[in-house]
Design a protein around this ligand. Structure first.
Ligand SMILES: Cc1cc2nc3c(=O)[nH]c(=O)nc-3n(C[C@H](O)[C@H](O)[C@H](O)COP(=O)(O)OP(=O)(O)OC[C@H]3O[C@@H](n4cnc5c(N)ncnc54)[C@H](O)[C@@H]3O)c2cc1C
Length: 448
């Protein structure tokens, strides 16, 4: 196909003062006032107004876009913003911008089973984890990823990836064995522990600083379940408690004593008068009911139970993927921290934070297990947010722009929780606070 002809037929005019787009890129480009712009400008967390969106269909498109951005910067002398977008679910909203370029990888969503015996798979960066879960489950395989199916492979795999298999299999980036990268000089390279190992190290925790990843190879884990469809035991509980500190300590102890097959994820909401409702999602990595039953039975006694359900489900069912279009629809702000231990002090800090009128929900995820067994120096993540010395795990911090920083009135729950949680040691669990972005005066948020 003659791409120059295509470029003319699109009649795409680059923004004022920008160099002309090469024919192939013009065919992939969307600018303001063009069809599709409204659907493509935003991410899930942020409304954008980019000057140019490139919908890449190949790694050559990625390469051309990187070189075009470099040329633009050189010619204009200005630092035009450049956002990489895979699934568009980045919490910091950095996959869109105002006045810059978005390189959208969502069409790079191929999945290839390279070696079923080893569980070796190749996946495009623009695939979503819901799509991957569906494809792996048919082979009884899983890759530790996040809890939500619409999140992208590119952003999650390079930022960490904490989900239902974290304690049994580690973070998503721990199962990465190779990555295909387009670096700032426009070179396309496969990197792994033998080929450009420093770049491979950097990709796992800081990819944006190393280049644009177009594809990954992961080793998936065979769950060896009876039905062969990656079935897991899933327990959903709702507790009511009038002592969040006591509950948090009991939950922490229960998790620490449980085998690594167990993963537990809590969502906590304040009901007023010191009462909290807690939804627990507990997952057993597999269908081993004999082992799982006593552990999950113990969970029933952690606090007053309002509701409980335990069932065997194929893994993809609990990684929902509504494939929603992105319109900056998620108006909350989130902040993640690592804490060494789920104990009364943590529960107290969460209770205080949730008492703040801007707070919506607090989350706790159990870590440790396989996550903690990877040496801190093995990946860039281990240094950015040490697995053994403890610090702050907030994916946005490792990208172009750091995440939101809470600045609240003295004595407020948020300020206290920051004081208590920041800088404490290792991967006992991850805590997340989410608060509404509706009333900035109540709890101003600064983007740094
Ligand atoms: C509803 C929701 C649920 C979530 N649940 C979880 C969870 O359970 N566990 C968890 O760990 N996280 C979770 N997250 C966080 C989310 O997974 C991360 O923010 C992740 O970065 C999103 O990936 P994405 O590809 O969708 O991001 P995008 O928005 O597309 O990208 C975010 C940033 O990642 C970088 N990036 C993306 N793709 C590439 C690439 N190919 N090469 C280089 N850099 C790249 C860029 O800096 C980009 O700005 C959740 C987020 C949301 C909104």
């Amino acid at each position: 196909m003659n791409t120059n002809r295509l470029a003319r037929s699109h009649d795409l005019v680059p923004p004022d003062g920008w160099p002309g787009l090469p024919g192939t890129l013009a065919a992939r480009a969307i600018t303001e006032h063009r069809a599709g712009y409204a659907m493509e400008r935003s991410s899930y967390m942020s409304v954008g107004a980019p000057a140019l969106i490139i919908k890449a269909r190949s790694e050559q498109d990625v390469q051309e876009t990187v070189l075009y951005a470099a040329r633009l910067r050189e010619q204009s002398g200005t630092r035009v913003e450049f956002s990489i977008r895979s699934g568009g679910h980045g919490i910091a909203g950095t996959s869109t911008n105002t006045g810059g370029i978005i390189l959208d990888l969502s069409a790079l969503r191929h999945f290839e089973m390279l070696d079923p015996q080893l569980g070796l798979v190749r996946v495009g960066a623009g695939a979503t984890w819901g799509q991957i879960a569906g494809q792996l489950a048919a082979e009884d395989l899983v890759i530790s990823s996040g809890n939500f199916g619409d999140t992208g492979v590119g952003g999650l795999a390079t930022a960490g990836g904490v989900g239902y298999f974290a304690r049994s299999q580690g973070l998503t980036l721990d199962s990465m064995v190779r990555a295909k990268l387009v670096t700032a000089d426009g070179t396309i390279r496969w990197v792994d522990t033998d080929h450009e190992p420093e770049l491979f190290w950097a990709v796992r925790g800081g990819a944006t600083h190393a280049g644009v990843v177009t594809a990954f190879e992961f080793t998936a884990t065979d769950l060896r379940t009876a039905a062969g469809d990656a079935s897991i035991i899933h327990q959903q509980l709702t507790y009511l408690t009038d002592s969040l500190p006591q509950f948090t300590a009991d939950w922490g102890q229960w998790v620490r004593q449980s085998p690594d097959e167990l993963e537990s994820f809590l969502m906590v909401q304040a009901l007023g008068d010191g009462q909290h409702a807690i939804q627990a999602l507990n997952v057993w990595a597999g269908d081993g009911q004999d082992q799982a039953a006593p552990v999950l039975r113990e969970a029933l006694g952690l606090a007053q139970l309002h509701d409980s359900r335990t069932e065997l489900v194929p893994y993809p069912l609990i990684v929902p993927a509504p494939n929603s279009p992105h319109a900056g629809q998620q108006r909350i702000k989130m902040r993640d921290v690592l804490v060494d231990q789920a104990d009364e002090q943590l529960g107290d800090a969460m209770a205080q934070s949730l008492a703040h009128r801007a707070s919506l929900v607090g989350e706790l995820r159990a870590l440790g297990g396989a996550v903690a067994r990877v040496p801190a120096h093995a990946t860039a993540l281990g240094v950015a947010a040490s697995r053994s010395a403890g610090s702050y795990l907030d994916p946005p911090v490792r990208h172009r722009r750091a995440g939101p920083v809470v600045r609240c009135p003295a004595g407020s729950g948020h300020r206290r929780v920051r004081r208590l949680l920041f800088g404490r040691s290792p991967f006992g669990c991850r805590a997340r606070l989410a608060w509404a972005d509706r009333n900035p005066a109540a709890c101003p948020v600064r983007e740094n």
